[in-house]
Design a protein. Structure first.
Length: 514
């Protein structure tokens, strides 16, 4: 009979521990997760708490006086203090997790990390920007957009975000002319507003940039020499490159150099991309004098085996366009040169970030640095690996090999930047021995887009736009309903940790009672 009483009291103590833990669990859930005691899970925990604590008093009522005297008091006090400390620590950790969450992006493509361009833009905001997102909480896109805008707000206090349910805010829907098929995210600053075409980081950042940018600068792209077509959507065209320039805030216009005696006064930069025939002597002289005497800015992309007509002019600035084709045995396709080393230069500086990506130049020629004339500074921007070389003989298929004394030994330079003068009148030149990297077929591969857009920004004196640009990254997402999210939070932040706490206390009580 005595053994039965002891077993009953031990069971009562264990149920009492369960009751205390359930009480703490219910309080935590009600205060930090559900915000109400009426939630079924919280109510069930309170029932368990009342049952457990009641069972303890019923089974140990005769021992309470004894427990509060002598050694019993010490054991009871230590038990209560230990339980309170563990429960308090658990509540504190969960409070931090709920109210002050911290996350790490461990995905391969850094899916949940904002790009340099986005964070720089956000950090530079001087005036408030209102964002109106017409999405109901039940829509699948709501969670993705809400998460992304929360990321944006972590980098600035200038964003004021309002989510509006289209079915409930009819006046605002009419005011902003919102439709189910059109853009439903509006950036507004004063009387100016811009709509994001998609919910990607790229689209949102482009909309914000368009809203906040000042006067646009004009970039001219030469035509009339077989250059890559600015509107061609095929693999050879460079429609993507031009669209990205426009997204970065530039005005883009084509120019036939032969029709001009001097460069237009509004020309911020000139891009010559992959000419297949030579510029005339007059055109080359026009470009040369504009850069050298009037602080012009040039981005020239010259493919191998072709004479662009600029070679002699570039040589006067210490830049040699070599008569070769780069072979890179470390690449999957040896005729695709991969830049493996970059200079410490504004164009390539963002490559030190987590988004570091290789630039790939398909069918490239090397660009060499020669003795720079007085006043000119030459920087070798990108180089191949040491095993690559510049093949000087015509490649007609079959096996090629490096010939000592004939070919150009690697690492070879793939792009060069040059400057002359200072301040806003500083002349800037970038020469790349390849134009295919800006073609639609290669523009989005690796770091090609960043290198091309950063080179254009640098020559145009727009250093603020030099960054790793947002990417349309693919990711696998799990979409949960509100009920599923609620259940998951209750389990992960409440039931699981408090169950583990009770398990530890149960083992402790079992050992103590032996």
């Amino acid at each position: 009979m005595a053994n039965n009483d002891i077993s009953r009291r031990v069971l009562g103590r264990k149920l009492g521990l369960l009751g205390v833990v359930a009480l703490f669990s219910a309080l935590f859930a009600a205060l930090f997760i559900t915000s109400t005691f009426k939630d079924p899970a919280v109510f069930l925990q309170l029932v368990v708490a009342v049952f457990g604590i009641g069972a303890f008093f019923v089974t140990n009522v005769g021992q309470l006086g004894e427990n509060f005297s002598g050694r019993g008091t010490v054991f009871l006090a230590s038990s209560l203090i230990s339980t309170a400390l563990v429960a308090g620590a658990l509540v504190g950790v969960n409070y931090i997790a709920v109210k002050k969450p911290k996350s790490w992006d461990l995905t391969k493509d850094q899916v949940f990390t904002l790009s340099d361009q986005t964070t720089t833009l956000l950090a530079g905001l001087k005036d408030d920007v209102e964002i109106y997102a017409f999405y109901a909480t039940a829509e699948p896109a709501f969670a993705e957009l809400d998460g992304r805008l929360r990321q944006y707000k972590e980098h600035t206090d200038k964003l004021k975000v309002s989510f509006l349910d289209p079915s409930k805010h009819l006046a605002e829907v009419k005011q902003f002319n919102i439709s189910t098929t059109g853009p439903r995210v509006i950036f507004k600053q004063g009387t100016k507003e811009v709509r994001a075409k998609e919910l990607t980081e790229e689209a949102l950042t482009n909309a914000l940039a368009e809203l906040t940018r000042g006067a646009s600068k004009k970039i001219y792209l030469s035509k009339g020499h077989g250059e890559r077509d600015v509107a061609d959507p095929t693999e050879r065209g460079m429609k993507y490159f031009v669209e990205n320039l426009k997204s970065d805030g530039y005005l883009v216009e084509e120019i036939l150099l032969a029709d001009h005696k001097e460069m237009p006064a509004d020309a911020q930069a000139l891009i010559i991309a992959g000419p297949t025939t030579s510029l005339s002597t007059g055109e080359a002289t026009l470009v040369h004098e504009w850069v050298e005497k009037k602080g012009g800015r040039l981005l020239a992309m010259i493919d191998p085996t072709l004479n662009s007509g600029l070679e002699t002019k570039l040589a006067t600035w210490g830049i040699s366009v070599d008569a070769d084709e780069v072979i890179d045995p470390e690449a999957q396709q040896p005729e695709f040169a991969i830049a493996q080393a970059y200079a410490d230069h504004p164009i390539t500086a963002p490559r030190s970030t987590a988004f570091q990506l290789a630039t790939i130049f398909p069918l490239a020629r090397s660009i060499s640095k020669t003795a720079a004339p007085e006043g000119w500074t030459i920087t070798e921007l990108a180089k191949s690996g040491p095993r690559a070389w510049g093949e000087t003989e015509a490649i007609n298929g079959g096996t090629v090999q490096y010939d000592v004394g004939k070919d150009i030994k690697g690492p070879v330079t793939l792009a060069i930047a040059a400057t002359h003068g200072t301040g806003e009148s500083e002349s800037r030149v970038v020469v790349v021995g390849n134009s295919s990297f800006v073609a639609n077929g290669f523009f989005k591969i690796g770091g090609n887009r960043d290198f091309a857009l950063n080179a254009a920004a640098w020559v145009a004196h727009e250093e603020s736009k030099i960054a790793i640009h947002p990417r349309s990254r693919q990711s696998n997402r799990l979409f949960l309903s509100a009920e599923q999210k609620h259940t998951m939070m209750i389990f992960a932040l409440d039931l699981l940790p408090f169950t583990l706490l009770f398990a530890g206390l149960f083992v402790w009580q079992t050992r103590k009672s032996r």
